[in-house]
Design a protein around this ligand. Structure first.
Ligand SMILES: Cc1cc2nc3c(=O)[nH]c(=O)nc-3n(C[C@H](O)[C@H](O)[C@H](O)COP(=O)(O)OP(=O)(O)OC[C@H]3O[C@@H](n4cnc5c(N)ncnc54)[C@H](O)[C@@H]3O)c2cc1C
Length: 392
């Protein structure tokens, strides 16, 4: 039977980071990945350029039952530390928007960085290996795997959440947590596009492909980013962000012109262009196709000179307080993350060790720590991986 100081289940972002840090401390480390490929989500991320961190990252960028939980790990391994690592590996990057850092070339560079670090730290990596059974022993854990029996002192679960099931996602971390008596909170798909009910989809579907800058609100939280119309509903960064705050049955409110006092603008247009029609003028503020579809749907028509203040106020209100009740989301099939997860009350925020199960650690997305869009989820994977890697 092979014996390791540390076994890490899950060869993704947090697992590889944790492995390298523990390996550099002289620990013997094995990473077990059940698919053929390590770090698949890193490769898929950021449209192939991996939005690997965010320079503005703080604990405020995470949803969690305990908003303080992520502070310890994030403060000890802030974005600047990962940026140093990226620079040391000679990877060129740029800030896209809102502090989001992307590789200039490819996400492959971030995966290669982690694999190189693991190699330098003497980490062993196995793929296409399933963990069939875990038992605690006197000095640690005994694992039955498809590759044989293994023994370790510290066991780290880094198998992520449920999003992208055909990319290798499983509920393994939640099962292990339950096996050892930890509670697992409700989970659902987040950072995910909305699907719409048939009556809304009818007028929105033809707008598929159009992007528009909006402010969107739900349950007291707002995001100011781009919205994208799709043939299934609404997507783009603004919608992905707000999906984390949305519950089935909730409405979202969209302001199509967050920087404009639209009522004042319409009155001014009526003065300046009394013979123009409303739809033509609105086509100056958004794409013509969008103006046409929305005007037809809301029956906005007529020459400006014929429209009284009351009507202009109604038009402005509709466009700046567009309330829509999504039918649902695209679910785990396309979600970037899983919201919720293993209850953080059960885990040490300093070491990521289960408080009641010495030697068992949970890191990354499987915990009830869910980042906003924009590099925050990777920053949590790095920081939680380092925090555990320093003590396992
Ligand atoms: C399409 C997409 C794009 C994204 N883009 C970004 C982005 O640009 N920036 C950002 O910050 N975040 C992004 N994310 C989110 C980010 O990828 C995750 O939050 C992050 O990878 C979580 O790290 P993790 O280590 O917890 O899990 P993962 O990186 O998902 O790693 C988990 C690993 O465990 C393996 N595994 C699962 N079950 C088992 C099992 N039973 N046995 C063994 N191995 C198992 C999986 O195959 C996987 O390799 C994106 C996600 C998706 C889906």
């Amino acid at each position: 039977m092979q014996q390791f100081d540390v076994i890490i289940v899950g060869g993704g972002a947090s697992g590889l980071m944790c492995a390298a840090v523990a390996g550099y401390r002289g620990r013997s480390v094995l990473v077990i990945e059940h698919t053929r490929k390590l770090g698949r989500k890193i490769l898929m991320s950021g449209g192939g350029r991996c939005n690997f961190t965010n320079i503005h990252n703080t604990a405020a960028n995470f949803l969690s039952g305990n908003p303080h939980f992520s502070k310890s790990a994030l403060s000890r391994y802030p974005a600047a530390r990962f940026i140093d690592l990226v620079e040391r590996h000679g990877i060129d990057f740029h800030e896209k928007t809102l502090g989001q850092l992307f590789c200039n070339e490819s996400s492959k560079e971030i995966l290669q960085l982690l694999l190189t670090e693991c190699e330098w730290a003497g980490v062993q990596l196995v793929t296409e290996t399933r963990v069939e059974k875990i038992e605690s022993t006197d000095g640690g854990f005994h694992l039955n795997t498809s590759g044989g029996e293994l023994q370790c002192e510290s066991l780290v679960i880094a198998t992520g959440g449920l999003s992208i099931p055909n990319g290798g996602a499983t509920g393994f971390a939640y099962d292990v947590a339950r096996q050892f008596g930890l509670s697992v909170g409700e989970v659902r798909a987040a950072l995910v596009p909305f699907t719409l009910q048939p009556h809304d989809l009818e007028y929105i579907k033809p707008l598929s492909g159009i992007s528009h800058d909006v402010s969107v609100s739900c349950n007291g939280t707002s995001f100011r980013e781009a919205m994208l119309f799709t043939h299934r509903g609404l997507s783009g960064p603004a919608m992905l962000q707000i999906s984390s705050y949305w519950n089935p049955g909730d409405s979202i409110e969209i302001n199509l012109f967050p920087d404009l006092d639209l009522f004042e603008w319409l009155k001014q247009q009526r003065n300046d262009h009394p013979k123009s029609d409303l739809q033509t003028l609105l086509g100056r503020l958004m794409s013509k196709r969008m103006a046409q579809a929305l005007c037809e749907h809301w029956q906005f028509s007529g020459h400006m000179a014929d429209l009284g203040n009351k009507r202009l106020e109604e038009v402005a209100h509709q466009l700046q307080h567009w309330t829509i009740k999504p039918g649902g989301t695209e679910g785990y099939r396309t979600a970037e993350v899983t919201l919720g997860g293993i209850d953080t009350d059960e885990i040490s925020s300093k070491t990521l060790e289960a408080k009641n199960v010495p030697g068992l650690y949970f890191i990354g997305e499987c915990l009830d720590v869910t980042g906003h869009l924009g590099g925050h989820n990777f920053q949590w994977a790095w920081a939680s991986g380092v925090a555990a890697g320093q003590v396992v």
